[in-house]
Design a protein around this ligand. Structure first.
Ligand code: MSP
Length: 672
């Protein structure tokens, strides 16, 4: 492809280390990794930056609660992020931590510049002022009174009371940058996408921008303000600076000069929750400091579950570890990027994940790769077939109307409008689902071509050998190109397809985008299933990913690591089949004080169980209760009575207390 080589920076937000990584973090990081890989395929020089945001009051509080130092806490959680990125095949160039010395030095350099900077109105860009207002320690930010819920001045995001705060702070004169920001954003010198987010931000500017305070008293865990050592720099100023400090801003380092000061694009991928900080505060701070501002920002949508915000408090979380372990990193990456346009909000469901895996990966792509390669290997004695002449002319038989002539090659690889250019163009627009949809339309056409051309019929006629070879050559070249173009999203599958094509399991390079790189006569590799189908009824691994699982095994997260050593993982737990069961009949087991024989309705069957609860429950009182049973226990014989399952109960002072539900639940419902 002949596009001029550009020098590009791609960043994710740096993530708070308040808690373990969640799926929203994985979503942005996968997007950044995919975009980086796609841009490298288009021959650009790309630097991919991510990291962790480690200062602030929340960290002080959490460390205190855990009885460890702030640094120890940050080290653990930051390591959990890196361990997770490894599982997702994320390949960043730099992982910045705001507790690094090079970051502190960079922030102080920026601060020094801001202290002597003049705003567009000629006044000091930073000034000392008095702040009074409602402060939410969880947001690490001040809230307008109208935003708070009454009574109690409650922060709507964190359901906690805000604190009335009065302090002398340094302020940044954002109000003086209103005109500059409007022009920069309206004129797309800072390109904000999706368009709706650009309009949202312009709306905020229109309402009038307030100066914001950039130092904080009472917070200790941060970078002290040189002029006011009992204050630290506001966590957002500290955090945003990472984008330049990580590149070596403090010492005017090589990466800073190349990818920031001298780069063509400074792109921040962010969430829609932090657009004000990134699209208003950050560009204005840099403009004041005489540093180039970012020139592109893309705000991703939010993932919800059952239409609700992901939240630990309500229990609807999607565990990124369970997600990657369920069907592997490629499938997780593919699903997150394919299921919805990147800028839109969308709802995650386990069933959509499995359905898409089976339909798109096992069926469409997996079948194409295995059918194309099996036929090429079978009819060509394990070697790449001859290129030959156009096999079946348009409209000819038995090829139907599939055009597999040279125009096919041309249309796949045409420099401006071919498949490769279109897919790379979609990636470049940060339209991952568009890139994959485009690619899958080709996967579909290749599959259809196999059915129409019927290579197995051609193979029966020795006269048509050349046509067969030429068709198969084009088919596996097409497969090779799909592998190249899907690599940014699914690097493992791509390299496995390369292996099967006899090219060695490796990452594709920009040269691999050219048509005709398979050498006729070269040996093909070993064919192996790419994405084995998941059968919902027999799948042992059918683990919902919406459960919270223990943290990344590689990273002990509590000081008492021994306490977590014998924990089980979610897959082990998933082997236990818990179901709601309604008691239909109950009677004492004769000769036993403790045992009661139960007949329960399990939705699809009725079962006999024996439970040791007779001393706590009168059998008659049990009838009609809905309890929780372990439904897949091996049968046991208790005092001559067969038991097919176990009823769950707690033991309080030797008395059994049954596990029941606090709302109506149908018999047979799975409990997880
Ligand atoms: N530390 C700040 C960012 C500083 S950047 C200079 C922060 N961190 S965060 O840990 O809260 O991560 C925020 C980002 O995570 C969001 O902007 C978004 O990219 C991502 N997501 C968090 N929850 C999300 C969803 N439920 N869905 C999609 N992405 C979400 O803010």
């Amino acid at each position: 492809m002949t596009v001029p080589k550009r020098t590009l920076l791609v960043t994710t937000p740096i993530y708070y280390v308040n808690d373990l990584p969640h799926v929203g973090h994985a979503y942005t990081t996968i997007a950044a990794d995919t975009l980086t890989r796609a841009r490298r395929l288009a021959r650009h020089d790309v630097f991919f930056l991510t990291g962790t945001d480690e200062h602030g009051q929340n960290i002080e509080r959490i460390a205190r609660e855990k009885g460890i130092t702030e640094q120890e806490h940050c080290d653990r959680i930051s390591a959990a992020f890196r361990a997770l990125w490894e599982r997702y095949d994320i390949r960043y160039d730099r992982f910045i931590r705001t507790t690094e010395d090079v970051h502190r030095r960079g922030v102080l350099k920026l601060w020094e510049r801001l202290r002597s900077a003049k705003a567009p109105d000629g006044r000091d860009a930073v000034y000392l002022g008095k702040y009074s207002g409602w402060y939410c320690p969880r947001c690490e930010g001040f809230k307008d009174e109208e935003e708070l819920r009454q009574p109690g001045n409650v922060c709507p995001d964190h359901e906690r009371s805000c604190e009335w705060t009065e302090e002398e702070n340094f302020f940044f004169r954002l109000s003086a940058y209103e005109g500059w920001l409007r022009e920069t954003i309206e004129g797309d010198r800072l390109l904000i996408r999706p368009e709706s987010r650009k309009n949202e931000i312009l709306g905020v500017v229109k309402q009038g921008l307030k100066d914001f305070s950039v130092s904080r008293a009472r917070v200790k865990w941060g970078i002290p303000v040189p002029e006011q050592p009992d204050h630290v720099l506001y966590v957002w100023v500290d955090a945003l600076s990472n984008y330049v400090t990580a590149l070596g801003f403090a010492d005017d380092g090589e990466a800073y000069r190349r990818y920031w000061a001298g780069g063509d694009e400074r792109l921040h991928l962010i969430g829609k929750d932090i657009i004000r900080f990134h699209c208003l505060y950050w560009p204005a701070i840099l403009e004041a400091a005489g540093v180039l501002p970012p020139n592109r920002e893309f705000a991703q949508g939010f993932i919800t579950r059952d239409g609700r915000k992901l939240s630990k408090t309500t229990g609807n979380v999607i565990d990124p570890i369970a997600l990657v372990e369920r069907l592997g990193p490629d499938a997780a990456r593919y699903f997150l990027l394919r299921e919805a346009p990147y800028g839109a909000d969308w709802d995650f469901t386990d069933s959509a994940f499995v359905a898409r895996y089976n339909a798109d990966l096992a069926n469409d792509l997996g079948n194409l790769v295995s059918r194309a390669l099996t036929m090429a290997a079978r009819y060509g004695e394990g070697k790449v077939p001859a290129r030959g002449e156009p096999p079946v002319a348009r409209g000819g038989t038995p090829g139907g109307d599939v055009d597999f002539t040279e125009t096919f090659a041309a249309s796949v690889c045409a420099p401006n409008d071919g498949l490769a250019a279109r897919v790379l163009g979609r990636y470049e627009e940060i339209d991952f689902s568009g890139a994959l949809t485009e690619l899958w339309s080709w996967v579909g056409q290749f599959n259809q071509a196999i059915v129409q051309v019927q290579p197995w019929s051609l193979a029966k006629d020795p006269q048509r050998r050349a046509e067969l070879d030429a068709f198969l050559y084009r088919l596996i070249e097409g497969v090779r190109l799909v592998a190249v173009l899907v690599a940014p999203v699914m690097p493992r599958a791509s390299s496995r397809i390369f292996g099967m094509l006899g090219l060695g399991e490796r990452e594709p390079s920009p040269d691999d985008l050219a048509w005709g790189r398979l050498a006729p006569g070269a040996p093909l590799g070993t064919i192996a299933p790419l994405f084995p189908r998941v059968d919902k009824t027999t799948d042992q691994k059918e683990t919902p990913v919406s459960e919270t699982t223990p943290p990344a095994a590689a990273t002990p997260l509590t000081p008492a690591s021994a306490a977590t050593a014998d924990r089980i993982d979610i897959a082990e737990f998933a082997r236990v089949e818990l179901r709601a069961a309604k008691v239909i009949a109950a009677e004492k087991v004769s000769g036993s004080k403790r045992l009661v024989k139960l007949q329960v309705d399990l939705g699809t069957e009725s079962r006999q169980l024996v439970a040791g609860i007779a001393e706590s429950y009168d059998p008659a009182a049990l009838v009609g209760k809905t309890v929780v049973v372990v439904a897949n226990l091996k049968p046991a014989n208790l005092m001559g009575v067969e038991s097919n399952g176990m009823v769950l109960a707690a033991a309080i002072d030797g008395k059994a207390v049954l596990c029941t539900f606090d709302a109506e639940v149908a018999p047979g419902t799975k409990v997880k």
